[in-house]
Design a protein around this ligand. Structure first.
Ligand SMILES: Cc1cc2nc3c(=O)[nH]c(=O)nc-3n(C[C@H](O)[C@H](O)[C@H](O)COP(=O)(O)OP(=O)(O)OC[C@H]3O[C@@H](n4cnc5c(N)ncnc54)[C@H](O)[C@@H]3O)c2cc1C
Ligand SMILES: Cc1cc2nc3c(=O)[nH]c(=O)nc-3n(C[C@H](O)[C@H](O)[C@H](O)COP(=O)(O)O)c2cc1C
Length: 635
């Protein structure tokens, strides 16, 4: 260990000015602000964070005083000290990612839970997990947290809740909450106040003496960070990459499949094949304008929404000061169906009692209310604009709406190039999301439609740009190039394999001994969505791709999927896996494909390897643990 020298006093003061000290002791903060309930979140794309905020806000209605807290920003080794606060409770909203992994902000807490032998001395807790049933490790992080806190001596005051994002996550959460609060009241002997009035968390301020240089225009962190770009680039400081290529990959069919190349030269961004690129999109200008019109708002008004809780680490719901236009364009999610708490809070602004009633009913836990929310909001894909349009008596204050809407999240894409071959370029392969809702509206996916319209050079000669950063993944080619690889991709799931193929080709050129490289690709029609056909055939011609298998599901009467082709080649695949140490990769829409492919491998292990079903399952699990069966799937 090196020596540590204290800084001179004036340097310490200067350092404190540059990086303001954050309060990491949640215990001290709770004591200082008279809170007895803390709600922690492990969240990647904001849902768990949003749920935490709602629980902390609800607390007041149930005789508790709550605050929400980022696991990453607090010293979690203090958890045993929670008993120092009377009638205290810690709630955890934990999302699961990858192979049952924690979110980035929950990683340190997860490590702490695994390693610590500290006693929790009866610390009272409850856990709500967020997951998706289409993934193998459903809600693994919620389950682990719930089990581990009890093992460490914590006292569970209400059962683990498990939300399923493949079903209706909002309903799962509302149903859990409905049971959780009475359990809290009973446990602590407190009464629900029955007070359903709306509680504002932020105060609307119109800055005086506006200096437009100090107004946020879409930056995620530092003001003017898009004008003066400074590495390192990450979620809070994205790089503004120029769009070098944007071409359509299909010549026929209704869908728009696209290949983009983002220029990252000079950014110092490094990436490996298999990593993800995160893109911050902008909302559709016409939706923003229409919201402004319906609410009679001057969208160019400069505002700041300031947290009424001066002790909170979160001073504003989004970077402030800014304009309503910037908030609705860059910072807020205006296209996903609004959650029930938003509808509940908006109800007060409906002048027609019938509309008020419907909005409140949809936010209630009654079966009728849940059914109505499911059909009127979720099934009909009504976004906030559609709600406003279809309820003409609803006229909320725009600042309150901005406080309530969740943040617009970055979209991830599996990088479709190799950082070894194209160090200055990050490629994306994506399909544009567009469909008609049951109310006859056209739903346009935010990021894909925004990317589709990115022309390489705009009319005024400027280059189109995309705020992005790279997120490391564990989807990696084998360390030894001589190991065979079997890649299975569906639709845009071809993306990371384009990077893998470029890299295997590059290794071959370096004279390395490169093992068999096999691709199974599934799409609908040969003449419509056989993406990168030319490139793939070229890889095959030069021997980089040793086998190209394509399943065109809709080109014949009987559906043909990748798993059918896998089973046809079962003998060879088993040899590659069992004898030659092959690595298997699966990428694409998780919903059914990943499960079907996994079942095909169980069948191969049983039919060719002679294993029982239980042995086959254990065999594939072992490959996963060894990193020889990797999945990059989304839904
Ligand atoms: C790790 C990871 C890697 C990814 N890699 C890729 C990739 O390489 N290529 C790629 O194209 N995508 C990829 N995705 C998905 C991508 O991040 C976006 O979700 C996708 O592009 C849609 O974004 P959007 O903003 O255009 O749509 P959004 O505005 O987010 O809208 C999408 C919504 O529309 C719904 N929807 C879509 N179609 C229909 C329909 N027909 N009927 C009803 N509802 C529908 C979806 O359920 C979803 O709720 C990846 C996702 C993750 C998490
Ligand atoms: C790339 C990816 C991987 C995921 N992996 C899992 C998983 O292994 N198990 C699971 O139950 N849910 C998984 N999910 C679902 C998320 O946990 C779920 O959508 C959750 O609501 C996200 O919460 P957040 O918005 O707070 O990050 C995954 C989602 C994505 C996008």
């Amino acid at each position: 260990m090196g020596c540590v020298f204290p800084l001179p006093k004036e340097r310490q003061e200067a350092a404190a000015r540059v990086t303001p000290q954050r309060e990491t002791s949640f215990i001290e903060k709770m004591k200082k602000t008279n809170r007895n309930m803390v709600v922690f979140y492990g969240s990647q794309t904001g849902t768990a964070e949003e749920f935490c905020g709602r629980l902390a806000k609800d607390a007041q209605r149930y005789g508790m005083s709550g605050m929400s807290a980022d696991l990453e920003e607090n010293d979690m080794s203090e958890l045993p000290r929670l008993v120092e606060i009377d009638n205290s409770l810690a709630v955890f909203c934990m999302a699961t990612y990858g192979e049952g992994d924690p979110t980035d902000n929950a990683q340190d807490f997860y490590d702490w839970m695994q390693e610590t032998d500290e006693e929790l001395n009866g610390v009272k807790f409850a856990v709500f997990g967020l997951g998706n049933k289409t993934y193998e490790h459903f809600n693994a992080m919620g389950k682990y947290t719930d089990k581990r806190l009890e093992e460490l001596g914590g006292r569970r005051i209400y059962d683990l809740g498990m939300g399923d994002d493949d079903g209706n996550l909002e309903e799962d959460f509302v149903s859990w909450k409905e049971q959780f609060w009475p359990a809290v009241c009973e446990h602590f002997g407190v009464e629900a106040t029955g007070d359903d009035t709306s509680i504002r968390q932020y105060e609307l301020v119109f800055p005086t003496d506006i200096n437009m240089n100090k107004v946020y225009t879409g930056e995620m962190g530092r003001l003017k960070s898009f004008e003066t770009q400074k590495p390192p680039f990450d979620a809070k400081n994205p790089y503004l990459a120029t769009v070098a290529v944007n071409r359509q990959l299909n010549q026929a069919g209704d869908r728009h499949l696209m290949h983009l190349e983002l220029d990252i030269s000079g950014s110092q961004i490094r990436y490996d094949s298999g990593d993800h690129v995160a893109v911050y999109p902008m909302n559709d200008v016409s939706i923003v304008n229409r919201i402004g019109q319906i609410l009679d708002a001057d969208l160019d008004t400069v505002i700041s929404l300031n947290n009424l809780d001066g002790e909170s680490n979160k001073k504003h719901p989004f970077p402030c000061p800014t304009t309503y236009r910037t908030a609705l364009t860059h910072y807020l999610d205006i296209t996903n169906p609004p959650r029930t708490n938003v509808l509940f809070e908006l109800a007060q602004y409906a002048t027609d009692p019938k509309d008020q009633d419907i909005l409140r009913k949809m936010a209630s836990a009654s079966p009728e209310g849940k059914g109505l929310y499911q059909s009127w909001v979720l099934d009909a894909q009504r976004n906030i604009l559609a709600v406003l349009e279809d309820m003409p008596s609803l006229h909320p204050a725009i600042d309150h709406l901005c406080e309530l809407l969740p943040r617009l999240q970055a979209r991830y894409y599996s990088i479709a190039s190799s950082g070894k071959v194209y160090s200055n370029m990050v490629s994306i392969c994506a399909v544009v999301v567009e469909f008609q809702t049951s109310t006859g509206r056209s739903f346009k996916g935010v990021a894909t439609n925004w990317l589709k319209n990115k022309v390489v050079v705009t009319d005024n000669g400027h280059k189109a740009t995309v705020p992005m950063y790279v997120r490391k993944s564990q989807f990696r080619l084998p360390f030894k190039a001589s190991n065979p690889v079997v890649m299975i991709g569906l639709g845009t799931g071809i993306a990371p394999f384009m990077g893998f193929l470029q890299e295997r080709g590059w290794m071959k050129e370096q004279g390395k001994d490169v093992g068999e490289t096999i691709l199974y690709f599934g799409c609908r029609h040969r003449n419509q969505d056989f993406m990168y056909q030319q490139e793939l055939e070229e890889f095959e011609k030069v021997g980089v791709l040793t086998q190209l298998n394509v399943a065109f599901s809709r080109d014949q009467e009987e559906k043909v999927y990748v798993q059918h082709l896998l089973k046809k080649n079962n003998e060879h695949l088993w040899k590659l896996i069992h004898t030659d140490n092959a690595h298997i990769y699966i990428c694409g829409d998780a919903r059914n494909m990943a499960r079907d492919v996994q079942n095909a491998f169980y069948d191969i292990a049983e039919e060719v390897g002679g294993l029982t079903h239980t042995q086959a399952v254990a065999y594939i699990k072992k490959l996963m643990t060894k990193g020889r069966y990797a999945q990059d799937v989304w839904s």
